[in-house]
Ligand binder design. Sequence first.
Ligand code: FES
Length: 163
Amino acid sequence: MKVDLAEAQKTIQKYRDRRGAVIPLLQEIQSIYGYVPQELIPLIAKGMNVYPVDIYGILTFYAQFYLAPRGRHIIKVCMGTACYIMGGKDLFDHVRGTLGIEVDETTKDGLFTLERVACLGCCGMGPVVVIDDKFIGRCTVKDINEEMERLQSEKAERLAETN
Ligand code: FES
């Protein structure tokens, strides 16, 4: 997908040469595109007067940044020790197999991204899955299937409305 650079260039201009502004700039770029397109890295580096490798280092160090487009819905499966033992691994494998994607990948239709997260701090509710903002404690395969089907139907309805 071709990235429209105009918006990014305006944003880079806004932060140009401001000390300590690289992370806020990257956050703003990500809020525009949903991720930080790699082709923008040289432009960002030039605007902030640093090397591209410095920008790349920040993007890969902080978990908040994404270098590839993400899906409309994010499925996070907790793979902390407690959840893993209580079935998190099976849930993770189920989603992987059902959607045909690996961790941090997005389905071809752009609907789902699968992520693996460490302990979410509610181990007593394990295994835990979070789909967008919806927390599912003591999650089962049935719960996940129902939620994915609901989101797929919403997509179908949106498409029907636009046609
Ligand atoms: S291990 Fe999953 S919430 Fe703690």
